[in-house]
Ligand binder design. Structure first.
Ligand SMILES: Cc1cc2nc3c(=O)[nH]c(=O)nc-3n(C[C@H](O)[C@H](O)[C@H](O)COP(=O)(O)OP(=O)(O)OC[C@H]3O[C@@H](n4cnc5c(N)ncnc54)[C@H](O)[C@@H]3O)c2cc1C
Length: 473
């Protein structure tokens, strides 16, 4: 039986990133993935009728040079598509109409998104006292600090845009930790941000040349080009598809993992195991090892979500759709969380003369909407397009991707769940857990966290320690 240095369970971006960074550092690694494809929540499709669809993650935002180097290394840098300038134009549905989010102070003063009273109230933010609640929800935190209107009009849609979350349940401490820390340390978000920016500038002297700018990107063949390129680089011997992990046991020297490879159970051993599966799967795998950590992991809610792609003839939609898309605050009581306009951002997303929209339904705010049958969901979303964007007639294309358990939610008490996980990792040497329920849900966060864990693991790789011992003798 082969003994691996490290086995990674789960081929989403968290697991792929960890596995690839371990492989680059010479670690004998195997990745096992339950489904027939890698990428997890990144799933792209090129349809026969000329649409390029993202059923999960739509775009990634980054300015990290390490990420551009990683794409060079994978040989996919030249396939990267950076969003058109329209990517900076984002809309919020306000009083039933998409309204541009102002991006400069003069535009903000002129914007109709907030009343004059609400704009003036923002200046009082530094005067608002700190909270005494240990784990406040996002709605309460921002209402207290910024006022009711900004919390409901600006922050609420942002929470559904990033987490498909519900601001009444999402913990500010876990989901918006920098804002929470700013309040704790400086008594104000504004002062905390200014102080944080200054400290950062002092710690990292300004590099020569133009400052790197965040860009929004995808790939010509869709975002899945990225996970697919990682899997190709690792090769089929190091990436097993259709191979769910079903059991994990501590043995004398490391770990024993049972994997159902294409229907056949196989027992593998490894010095270390990284569980990069969703929290509810990792919970089952650690249930015998640490029942308390398993119980904590099971508490993490993954709400259902439906992604609805519609293609309309350009002339059948009144709104120019000249931007990233629109988000809907809860108080507008719409049936969609938001609608993205991919064909405005990237070439080749829809056939000539057709516009593509991708709408998000359900999430933690209104989960039941995503559990209806797909015909009902499509009709509902078409009606939203008629009312919000002035769409007429039938779409030329309609397709739904269903996510029964979409994105991990950082609800109140999330820090206690992570404390239980950290305690388990401290007690069981060689067992590590990563995934979007920890340190950020974005694909960029998952990539960064997977790499960071691999660096930590590779530090203690026996061959590396031996090399170091030889070098010092
Ligand atoms: C609809 C949707 C839209 C999103 N949009 C964006 C966006 O635009 N931008 C952005 O940055 N982020 C977005 N996200 C969030 C982001 O995609 C995810 O948080 C991130 O990709 C999660 O990566 P992960 O590896 O932690 O988990 P996952 O991608 O969930 O990967 C976990 C993997 O584990 C596998 N697995 C499960 N059980 C087992 C088992 N027993 N054995 C082996 N493998 C197993 C699964 O099949 C899966 O491949 C979106 C998410 C969704 C669902």
């Amino acid at each position: 039986m082969t003994n691996y240095s490290c086995i990674v369970v789960g081929g989403g971006m968290s697991g792929l990133s960890a596995a690839y960074a371990l492989y680059q550092r010479g670690v004998n690694v195997l990745l096992v993935e339950a489904s027939e494809y890698v990428g997890g929540a990144i799933r792209s499709e090129q349809t026969a009728d000329g649409f390029s669809l993202e059923h999960g993650t739509n775009t990634v935002t980054s300015k990290a040079q390490e990420l551009w180097d990683h794409f060079e290394d994978l040989g996919i840098a030249d396939q990267k598509l950076v969003a058109a300038r329209e990517g900076g134009r984002r809309f919020i549905v306000h009083n039933g109409a998409p309204t541009l989010i102002p991006m400069s102070p003069p535009a903000f003063l002129k914007s109709s998104l907030l009343s004059t009273k609400a704009k003036l109230r923002l200046f009082a933010e530094p005067l608002i006292p700190r909270a005494v609640t240990p784990d406040e929800n996002i709605r309460s935190f921002f209402t207290r600090r910024l006022g009711t209107e900004p919390a409901q009009v600006l922050v609420d849609p942002f929470v559904s845009g990033v987490y498909a979350g519900n601001p009444l349940e999402t913990s500010v401490r876990s989901a918006f930790s920098s804002m929470w820390e700013a309040e704790q340390q400086y008594g104000s978000i504004v002062i905390g941000m200014i102080a944080g920016g200054r400290a950062k500038a002092k710690a990292q002297p300004k590099p020569k040349g133009p400052r790197p700018r965040s860009v929004l990107f995808t790939f010509q063949g869709g975002l899945a080009s990225w996970p697919n390129a990682i899997a190709d680089a690792l090769g089929p011997d190091r990436v097993w598809l259709n191979s769910p992990a079903t059991g994990l046991r501590k043995i004398d020297r490391g770990w024993e993992l049972t994997v159902n490879r294409a229907g056949q159970p196989e027992t593998l051993t490894a010095d270390r195991v990284v569980l990069a599966s969703p929290a509810y799967v990792s919970a089952d795998l650690v249930a015998d090892i640490d029942p308390d950590a398993a119980k904590a992991l099971r508490k993490i809610f993954y709400p259902p979500m439906a992604v609805v792609h519609l293609g309309f003839r350009r002339e059948d939609v009144e709104h120019p759709m000249d931007g990233f898309g629109m988000l809907c605050p809860s108080r507008e009581q719409r049936k969609v969380l938001g609608v993205l306009w991919p064909s405005a951002l990237f070439p080749g997303r829809a056939p000539e003369g057709v516009v593509l929209t991708s709408s998000f339904v359900g999430g933690a705010r209104v989960p039941y909407l995503a559990t209806q049958d797909n015909d009902t969901i499509i009709d509902m979303v078409i009606k939203e397009h008629q009312e919000l964007l002035g769409a007429r007639g039938e779409p030329v294309m309609a397709k739904v991707a269903n996510w029964p358990r979409a994105i991990a939610q950082y609800f109140g008490g999330h820090d206690r769940i992570l404390t239980a996980v950290k305690r388990m990792e401290a007690m069981w040497s060689g067992l590590y857990l990563i995934g979007n329920y920890r340190d950020g849900v974005s694909v960029g966060d998952c990539w960064k966290n997977g790499r960071a864990l691999a660096e930590r693991i590779a530090e203690y790789e026996p061959s590396r320690l031996l090399e170091q011992a030889v070098a010092t003798t």
